[in-house]
Design a protein around this ligand. Structure first.
Ligand code: HEC
Length: 305
């Protein structure tokens, strides 16, 4: 009897915990992601097949609200709540998943995810698809340039990639950019590699505790990952975004004998005693050798006599 109450209590607590789960927030940069191809009857049909295999067991038949009983409950694809997502928002949620919904990143290819979305959208009569603008690929542009800015109000580093096509300067979309902090030995990757949006722009976050020089300056380097396609284009800039770090030169402070800061007394004493002890030992050995040779000499004289 007691056991039953206990398990009931447990279920109650778990339910409470799960239903207290917050809204599923999609990071801002993922919200505006768009499919690069237009949705059509054939993508919707392929999407339906993918939906039946991967999603239907939980999300049920769209519009019938026969979702499986889970906490939190899956969302009917035809519902307003599902359709209120942006395309990029759906893409993010399907790829990432959230307990109890599994992540589909390793199950569905990016194209498959868009194909499923095209099916989900077929239950929204008001939906009008916006297709991602044509991506300028490496072969189409010349003189690719990266420009780095610090967006102080957002606390992010912005990289803008542009190149010339038909003699007109244009943003390069869909290019992977990596941001590094220059270090003595190699470069330190900051944030993860990101792809430029339609305006050729990427935003990087940087750690709050990034060590800079003594005034907090950090030398940044941005580079395109695909150098074969875009040519070796990189950009360097120095921004005051790091934590000031003071590196004492080796001839100051750390040195044994100096005038700037006194060596600790214990170090001075133990050093002096060690030196004295070594010399004392050397003299002791020398005296012993002398004593040996002396006693040897006197014995020799004894035998001669
Ligand atoms: C194991 C059951 C399960 C499977 C399989 C599953 N989902 Fe889900 N899905 C859920 C649950 C539960 C939620 C609600 C999650 C939450 O709100 O934290 C959800 C939420 C979603 C959302 C977000 C809805 C919102 O609130 O904005 C989308 C989009 C989605 N699922 C799409 C899919 C697609 C597409 C598939 C198949 C490729 C799929 N799901 C497979 C259980 C599942």
């Amino acid at each position: 009897m007691k056991k039953r109450y206990l398990s009931l209590l447990l279920i109650f607590v778990i339910t409470l915990r799960l239903s207290a789960q917050q809204e599923w927030i999609v990071p801002a940069e993922n919200l505006s992601k768009l499919s690069t191809f237009a949705f059509s009857d054939s993508t919707r049909k392929a999407g339906m097949n993918l939906y039946i295999t991967n999603c239907k067991s939980c999300h049920g038949d769209p519009g019938k609200n026969n979702v499986i009983k889970l906490v939190p409950p899956p969302v009917d694809p035809a519902s307003d709540r599902m359709q209120a997502n942006t395309d990029g928002g759906m893409y993010f949620k399907i790829s990432q998943g959230r307990m109890p919904m599994p992540t589909f990143k390793n199950i569905l290819s990016p194209t498959d995810v868009w194909v499923v979305i095209s099916y989900l959208r077929s239950f929204n009569p008001k939906y009008a698809q916006e297709v991602a603008p044509k991506v300028l690929t490496g072969a189409m542009v010349q003189n690719v340039k990266i420009h780095l800015n610090w967006l102080k109000e957002k606390d992010q580093v912005q990289a803008v990639v542009s190149g010339t096509k038909d003699k007109i300067e244009q943003p390069v979309a869909g290019a992977e950019v990596k941001l590094f902090a220059k270090r003595y030995f190699g470069n330190l990757l900051i944030d993860e590699a990101r792809n430029t949006d339609a305006q050729g722009q990427v935003l990087f976050n940087f750690p709050k505790d990034l060590p800079g020089d003594s005034t907090g300056y950090v030398q940044l380097l941005a580079r395109l990952s695909d150098e074969e396609a875009y040519g070796e284009s990189k950009s360097e800039t120095t921004l005051q975004i790091g934590v000031p770090t003071y590196k004492p030169p080796l001839n100051e402070q750390r040195a044994m004998w100096n005038v700037v800061q006194k060596t600790p007394i214990w170090l001075l004493l133990s050093y002096t005693f060690t030196v004295l002890a070594v010399w004392a030992f050397i003299f002791y050995v020398l005296f012993q050798i002398r004593a040996i040779s002396k006693s040897g000499l006197s014995k020799d004289q004894d035998t001669i006599d």
